[in-house]
Design a protein around this ligand. Structure first.
Ligand SMILES: *[C@@H]1O[C@H](CO)[C@@H](O)[C@H](O)[C@H]1NC(C)=O
Ligand SMILES: *[C@@H]1O[C@H](CO)[C@@H](O)[C@H](O)[C@H]1NC(C)=O
Ligand SMILES: *[C@@H]1O[C@H](CO)[C@@H](O)[C@H](O)[C@H]1NC(C)=O
Ligand SMILES: *[C@@H]1O[C@H](CO)[C@@H](O)[C@H](O)[C@H]1NC(C)=O
Length: 530
């Protein structure tokens, strides 16, 4: 169900990306937004790059040159990397000073050594800590920001409830050592301008997790980082694998500094088990969206930025549970215009859980890191790589774009006579959604109208009839439905050529086998200059 990407769409995306070049560090926060020195919004559109596994080397350097990977990240439209690290890299001198070669030798990864030596010869004999710094530096040279993410203590794949890395006081999670590691890391990158933030600890979890202990330790970590390096954003994880920040509603965080705090949350399909396929997709999306608002989304209203620092899915596209989740996620991320980081960059690992060369199907790149695994997915998320709104974006009054999460496109009107169709959101008209549920083109009397089941939707200028009133129905509230001559309602939809039509409303309840997403639309606030 993933439509083909067009060359033109990719070109549009790259063009826009170049214009988004970010300067003006350090970043700080202003209300719910992350902004640069001039107070203009900088939207974090990041990808996670794993560097915390057994080798403690950023993955993929046996596949492609560091510079090429860095340039690829930029050309895919990401402006930032969440670069993971294990605590011991900054607290254990013998680990930090081990060379890349020795680290691979210790794991008997001899083939990777040969490949890494051939492809990244300047990296192979660097100590691990220098190799990490080199990755950050090269990203900076390519205009990519970095968030340093303390993922675990001991190098290795993360995370489970019982892995001893989950919460303060666990076997491998000594709070004092953690403070030392954070301080060392913050100090090491002081003055490195493309390091814009630090994620203090990934996915707090496990039997010891506790709100009171969270309030005891997280501010300590935040203060330590800020004291060592006041330029970085301080990013804090919630409980339950970073799915729950609801406790902040009850008790605000007390910190000695302002304008640097960001909260992070993770959202995957498996957070809901197999609910996406075992139940009706509208109902699940409605419920889960509500939960997300209660557990994390509410922070925006409290004036705190929310960074979805992990989301992702099997990019082979064959996991129905994942695909339904993504449709819902895309609507959420677009509507709230969130900062985010995709999990993950690489299509394979040196070694993960003992498996050499393990494939990563969540990776935006393929197994040999040479190509984008799924170009239509990249096209889709390009819609949320660019901010819709925020300080300094434009002087325009907010309007709506009609976003289609399944494709990442928006409804586009070229001329009054051409059919309405999907196209890049950056080409979208501004729409207004009135109290009478009329969807009119900003500043005009022209409005969206239904002509009948199976027919193209049209633009008209007599907007009082029922077929110009659009209600957001179903549990997902993403069906735009109207009446035609008092017959049963029809819903906005797209045909195989991405032309906007109206059809019988799909999957409104109960049915778990049908896919509603072609009929899902979200009215997203925007002030983008068109
Ligand atoms: C802040 O960001 C805006 C938008 O990306 C950019 O135009 C501006 O140059 C940046 N400010 C500084 C001081 O670099
Ligand atoms: C420090 O790192 C070395 C090299 O990886 C390792 O052998 C040692 O066990 C580590 N020490 C601690 C306390 O983790
Ligand atoms: C509504 O019904 C009238 C009279 O039957 C018909 O002329 C008209 O085309 C119908 N309109 C739509 C939008 O189906
Ligand atoms: C639609 O229904 C309303 C109330 O049920 C009725 O007053 C009106 O005449 C109907 N219109 C058409 C075109 O059937």
């Amino acid at each position: 169900m993933i439509p083909m990407v067009t060359k033109r769409a990719i070109t549009v995306l790259l063009y826009v990306t170049v214009l988004q070049t970010v300067k003006g560090f350090p970043l700080h926060t202003s209300d719910r937004w992350i902004v640069n020195e001039s107070g203009k919004r900088v939207k974090l559109a990041c990808v996670n790059w794993v560097s915390h596994l057994d080798t403690v080397v950023a993955e993929g350097l046996n596949q492609q040159p560091l510079d090429m990977i860095s340039k690829r990240i930029k050309s895919m439209g990401f402006n930032c990397v969440r670069l993971t690290w294990p605590l011991l890299l900054l607290t254990n001198h013998s680990l930090a000073s081990l060379t890349v070669r020795n680290s691979f030798q210790n794991l008997a990864l001899l083939q990777s050594i040969d490949a890494l030596q051939a492809i990244n010869p300047s990296m192979i004999d660097l100590p691990l800590i220098k190799a990490y710094q080199e990755v950050v530096k090269r990203l900076g040279e390519n205009d990519v920001m970095v968030i340093l993410d303390n993922h675990v203590t001991e190098p290795g794949w993360c995370c489970s409830n019982m892995d001893g890395n989950g919460f303060f006081g666990d076997q491998y999670f000594d709070p004092d050592l953690w403070i030392i590691g954070l301080t060392n890391m913050a100090t090491l990158f002081k003055g490195v301008t493309n390091v814009v933030g630090m994620s203090l600890r990934n996915e707090l979890r496990g039997p010891k997790q506790d709100v009171n202990q969270w309030y005891r330790y997280m501010p300590k970590g935040a203060e330590a980082v800020h004291a060592a390096n006041p330029e970085v954003l301080v990013i804090l994880s919630g409980l339950n694998f970073d799915t729950d920040l609801s406790f902040i509603k009850e008790e605000a965080l007390k910190l000695s500094f302002n304008g640097k705090l960001v909260l992070e949350v993770h959202w995957y399909s498996f957070s809901e088990g197999k609910a996406w396929t075992s139940r009706n997709a509208n109902q699940v999306c409605g419920e889960v969206t509500e939960n997300q608002m209660r557990r994390a989304g509410f922070l925006l209203d409290q004036g705190l930025p929310l960074f979805v620092s992990e989301f992702g899915l099997d990019l082979r596209g064959s996991d129905a549970n994942d695909n339904r989740y993504l449709n819902c996620f895309m609507a959420f991320a677009a509507q709230l215009d969130l900062d985010w980081a995709l999990w993950t960059l690489g299509g394979s690992y040196y070694i993960r859980n003992g498996v050499v060369g393990m494939n990563e199907y969540y990776g935006i790149l393929n197994s040999d890191w040479s190509e984008v695994r799924n170009p239509s997915f990249l096209q889709r998320i390009s819609a949320i790589q660019i901010p819709f709104q925020g300080p300094g974006l434009s002087e325009a009054k907010p309007f709506k774009v009609i976003f289609h999460p399944l494709t990442g496109f928006c409804i586009i009107r070229k001329t009054l006579v051409e059919a309405l169709r999907l196209g890049p959101c950056s080409n979208s008209d501004g729409w207004e959604y009135t109290d009478q549920n009329i969807l009119s083109i900003k500043g005009t009397y022209f409005c969206l109208q239904a002509e009948g089941e199976g027919k193209q939707a049209k633009i008209g200028n007599i907007c009082l009839a029922p077929n110009s009133r659009w209600e957001m129905i179903s549990d997902s509230k993403m069906h735009l439905s109207t009446q035609i001559n008092n017959s049963s309602g029809v819903c906005l939809d797209v045909d195989n050529n991405n032309i906007i039509v109206t059809n019988t409303c799909k999957c409104l309840s109960k049915d778990n086998t049908c896919e509603p997403a072609s009929q899902w639309f979200k009215l997203v606030d925007s002030t983008r200059n068109n």
